[in-house]
Design a protein around this ligand. Structure first.
Ligand code: FES
Ligand SMILES: [Fe+2]
Length: 346
């Protein structure tokens, strides 16, 4: 599979890393150990001791350093060995790979490419649970499927009509109508107005809304979506352009999601979701998280089943439909950037 390496990949939720407890992770089939030193900073090294390849994730945090608990080599956050028990000299090759790490928007991001090119400006502008405006629940789901298939799913919401009829009660319009699509430098923007829809929280009310949803799907697999209800006729008044979310009258919510390839055939899907503080509370957030758990379970069943069929289908190619425009645009960016970097950072 083709993946861009010069990208920040989500490796964990910030809250998953307790001080002094190393955590094993895999990104793009590379074993990584993450830990939070006693200064609070998070570090990431190759999870393979330079001595005899024991996992450093079974190691012990000492200050900002990490000790392999097989024969006791002590590693600094830069991957260099600081101590070898029973030996005075540390040879120059005694080091493991260190990954640039950034903590932003409640996520721990790891740069998988050339460390010299790690640029924090490339971190997608996600909304984390540390953002005061939204009340967000969060979680993750592991997939026995290629990350690429999950990205493709998130790039084509026509599946909502069929896969999420039970959970999101998505009607026919997701499949019948194409969204507005705008190519971005490192992704694709999708937006959709739904006009004159009833208030789902109060179906007996005569009140009608114009609903707007928009999301950016950005490298290396990050979905950032905001939606809300506006007064009826807002869409027409704006000539179907984007609204100012501060003028929403109900239902404003945000979700940040990230797909991280663990190995060739497995992936971790991180997500948060919840209402804006003006339009909901913690009880609403909990209800939304229950709905998300159901909906993401529906996706997982379909995508893992699809993945098994694909694995058994050498020589078959996909047949894109009109709804695949976003999928195609995004995957073209992935292929171009991967080609341009030509294995950088390996
Ligand atoms: S394998 Fe790590 S110290 Fe021996
Ligand atoms: Fe879905």
């Amino acid at each position: 599979m083709t993946y861009v390496r010069n990208c920040w990949y989500v490796a964990a939720w910030d809250s998953e890393l307790a001080r002094g407890q190393p955590m094993a992770m895999q990104v793009l089939s590379e074993r990584i150990v993450l830990w939070r030193g006693d200064d609070g900073a998070i570090h990431a090294l190759e999870d393979r001791c330079v001595h005899r390849m024991a996992p450093l994730s079974l190691g012990r945090c000492e200050g900002v350093n990490l000790r392999c608990m097989y024969h006791g080599l002590l590693f600094g956050p830069d991957g260099g060995v600081l101590e070898i028990p029973g030996q005075d000299k540390v040879p120059p090759q005694a080091k493991v790979r260190a990954y640039p790490v950034a903590v932003r928007h409640s996520w721990v991001w790891v740069w998988m490419g050339d460390p010299a090119q790690a640029d924090e400006a490339l971190i997608p502008p996600a909304v984390g649970y540390d953002d005061g405006r939204f009340i967000l629940g969060h979680g993750h789901l592991d997939y026995a499927a290629q990350a690429r298939l999950i990205c493709d799913n998130l790039l084509d919401f026509s599946h909502l009509t069929y896969v999420h009829a039970a959970s999101f009660q998505a009607g026919p319009t997701f499949a019948e109508r194409l969204p507005e699509i705008t190519p971005l430098e490192r992704g694709v923007r999708f937006s959709r107005w739904s006009q004159n829809v009833p208030n789902i929280r109060d179906p007996n009310s005569a009140e009608r809304f114009d609903n707007y949803m928009t999301y950016d799907f950005l490298l290396p697999g990050v979905l950032l979506m905001e939606s809300a209800s506006f007064m009826a006729r807002t869409a027409a008044a704006l000539e179907f352009g984007p609204p100012d979310f501060d003028t929403a009258i109900a239902g404003r919510n945000f979700t940040s999601q990230a797909v991280t390839p663990l190995t060739e055939g497995t992936a971790r899907y991180f997500f948060n979701w919840g209402p804006h503080g003006d339009h909901g509370d913690e009880a609403m957030r909990d209800g939304m998280m229950q709905l998300a758990a159901m909906a993401f379970g529906e996706d997982k069943v379909m995508i893992e089943a699809q993945s098994r069929v694909i694995a058994d289908s050498p020589g078959y190619a996909v047949m894109p439909t009109a709804h695949d425009r976003g999928v195609t645009l995004y995957n073209r960016i992935v292929e171009r950037l991967a080609r341009e970097e030509g294995g950088a950072g390996r």
